[in-house]
Ligand binder design. Structure first.
Ligand SMILES: Cc1ncc(C[n+]2csc(CCOP(=O)(O)OP(=O)(O)O)c2C)c(N)n1
Ligand SMILES: [Mg+2]
Length: 348
């Protein structure tokens, strides 16, 4: 299924120069509330970790909120999502009640993965979220597989496949890009480039630091996106989705973002300067959205405060729910795994 020159031309025409629609009040307000919820949720998760209510790994999303929120507002119900282990925000933005995410962090039976997955393994098929994957780059071929399923069934749904900058150095990334473009799969490759893979900066890991260029090697339309700005994210994802839905295959988007905290909670992030962190905080996605709302007079400061107070109460309720839930029964250890006699995916 090679891509002809004519088809390549068609793809170029749908590049981000297309006319951009304005956003409604409802969209701005959803962005603000959701990003504020994600920020507050992660701050509180960090605190609960300090209290040893959460154990093991825990990778926070603080600073990166516009990435997922702008993608969700641009895509439609039924589109699939998959990501790596920095995965608390994606299901929440897709509609999973955050109390089930907090309970999963607490390893409780009410958690979204029944308390068996923890921070890195959120999973909620009802909301089209396919994890939560701990192997760097492991989710990339799975995302292409989810997109292939949609192509095979003849739907117009797409799969947003998120990954970190570090994952682009994995072989699976390159193999998947090659196949996805050859087969014109309806997949969006979304690199959340926060500048670091654990303590290793993008600059230290390759000569190719403009990560979107990696997609161009496979003839995939590929663009950098200012992902501290939720509007820019939405526009880029909407255009990529249109391309995928109309049969023109994948797009690669390099979201330029930043994580304010360390790689995981145990990382003091000494490999970067305070000035660098400050520079990104000046572009904070939530503050940018708030300023736009106030400038456009879509809401007053008091109305935004009211939203913030409601969110704070909601997150407190999540912690209470997680605290009061039970740990899974030990018998659960042999359920939902291949050892289970009637495991649904074992075929004769
Ligand atoms: C195959 C594999 N190699 C190494 C690791 C250890 N590891 C966990 S996270 C990580 C860094 C990945 O960084 P990036 O893809 O940029 O994602 P970010 O944490 O910045 O969101 C590494 C090397 C792993 N989990 N899997
Ligand atoms: Mg990274």
């Amino acid at each position: 299924m090679a891509v002809s020159t004519k088809e390549k031309e068609k793809v170029k025409k749908t590049s981000p120069t297309a006319k951009k629609a304005a956003f409604s009040k409802q969209t701005y307000m959803w962005w603000y509330e959701m990003m504020y919820l994600l920020r507050r949720f992660e701050e509180k998760a960090g605190q609960q970790y300090g209290l040893q209510k959460i154990k093991g790994f825990c990778h926070l999303y603080i600073g990166q909120e516009a990435c997922v929120v702008g993608a969700v507002s641009a895509l439609k119900k039924g589109d699939k999502y998959i990501t790596a282990y920095r995965d608390h925000a994606h299901p929440i933005a897709l509609g999973t009640d955050p109390k089930y995410i907090m309970a999963e962090l607490f390893a409780k039976e009410t958690g979204v993965s029944k308390g068996k997955g923890g921070s890195m393994h959120m999973f909620d098929v009802a909301n089209h979220f396919y994890g939560g994957h701990g192997i760097v780059g492991g989710q990339i071929p799975l995302g292409a597989g989810l997109a292939f399923a949609e192509q095979y069934k003849g739907t117009d749904l797409v799969c947003a496949t998120f990954m970190g900058d570090g994952a682009t150095r994995q072989g699976a990334f390159h193999e998947t890009l090659n196949m996805a473009m050859t087969m014109k799969l309806p997949v969006l490759f979304i690199i959340e480039n926060n500048g670091y893979a654990m303590g290793t900066s993008v600059k230290r890991s390759s000569n190719v630091t403009e990560l979107y260029q990696l997609g161009e090697s496979y003839d995939i339309p590929s663009f950098p996106v200012d992902a501290m700005n939720v509007e820019a994210v939405h526009h880029a994802v909407a255009e990529a989705a249109e391309r995928a839905r109309s049969g023109n295959g994948p797009t690669l988007l390099e979201f330029r973002t930043y994580r304010y905290k360390g790689h995981s909670i145990s990382d003091p992030a000494k490999y970067r300067t305070k000035d660098e962190l400050e520079e990104y905080k000046q572009q904070d996605p939530i503050v940018q959205c708030m300023k736009t709302i106030l400038d456009k007079k879509l809401a007053t400061e008091d109305e935004l405060k009211e939203i913030e107070n409601q969110v704070k109460e909601q997150v407190e309720a999540c912690i209470k729910f997680a605290d009061e839930s039970a740990f899974p029964d030990p018998s659960e250890a042999t359920k939902d795994v291949y050892a289970q006699q009637d495991y649904p995916f074992i075929m004769e």
